[in-house]
Design a protein around this ligand. Structure first.
Ligand code: 13P
Length: 254
């Protein structure tokens, strides 16, 4: 059975002590809620990773992730952080391909394919984000966009390596806007993604892949979204900054 995951993406929020305070609140509340094959992942800024990973050790269903890592192994890239450095903090996951990285930092599919390889090589599990803009959806290009993000970003991997990925469908028009994809819209894309994985690899690989939904997910809409056949959890932005909201989203699994 594929893993069910609720992942928080704190983005560039919370200073060091604020992050620790939020995590301490969240970790006790969510660990009891996430059972069996459910996992909670908190993707914090780099500055929190080591401290959060140390705290998370005591909680079987809680893991830590970064929000980015560089494509090179190491070297003269002032200000950047490598996958190996992220891994050395105790973090297990790394978000790659988030639309904010694509939009503001010019990250394209080709670069993201390299970042994915480097992350995997260093033992990190990528949470690989894909999703169309409003313009692309209105032009009815969303299926093509999603497919090319998969093909160019991650379909170069062999089945074993692909099996360590988590995918996240995040329609850009739903991120931070308060406009959520309807459960029908989200399910339609998730089913499409799973079909493409089955065609590329196998039905077994497709069935084992965790596909998260992200974009204005909140305690009110989470249960309906997570109730869809192909939606295996969420990647949560704004609501992950409030311990009560985040915990309620984790509870929406049950
Ligand atoms: P919001 O939940 O704030 O819309 O952000 C979603 C997101 O970008 C998670 O990665």
């Amino acid at each position: 059975m594929r893993k069910k995951i609720v992942a928080g993406n704190w983005k560039m929020n919370l200073d060091y002590s604020e992050g620790l305070a939020l995590f301490s609140e969240v970790v006790n509340m969510v660990n009891d809620e996430a059972t069996g094959n459910q996992q909670v992942v908190v993707c914090s800024p780099f500055i929190h990773l080591h401290s959060l990973a140390a705290l998370a050790k005591g909680y079987s269903n809680v893991a830590i992730g970064a929000q980015n890592a560089h494509q090179a192994e190491s070297g003269a890239y002032t200000g950047e952080i490598s996958a190996k450095q992220v891994k050395s903090t105790g973090a297990e996951y790394v978000i790659l391909g988030h639309s904010e990285r694509r939009q503001y930092f010019g990250e394209n599919n080709e670069l993201l394919a390299t970042k994915t390889d480097t992350a995997l090589k260093n033992g990190l599990k990528p949470i690989f984000c894909i999703g169309e803009t409003l313009q692309e959806r209105e032009a009815e290009k969303h299926f093509n966009i999603i497919k090319s993000q998969l093909v160019e970003g991650v379909f170069h991997l062999d089945a074993d390596a692909f099996g360590t990925l988590v995918l996240a469908y995040e329609p850009v028009w739903a991120i931070g806007t308060g406009v959520t994809a309807t459960s029908d819209q989200a399910q339609e894309i998730h089913a499409f993604i799973r079909k493409e994985i089955a065609a590329k690899y196998s039905q077994a690989v497709a069935d084992a892949t965790t596909i998260l939904y992200g974009g204005s997910c909140n305690p009110k809409n989470a249960a309906e979204l997570f109730g869809c056949a192909d939606i295996d959890g969420g990647l949560i932005g704004g609501a992950s900054l409030k311990s009560r909201d985040f915990t309620d989203i984790v509870k929406a699994f049950n």
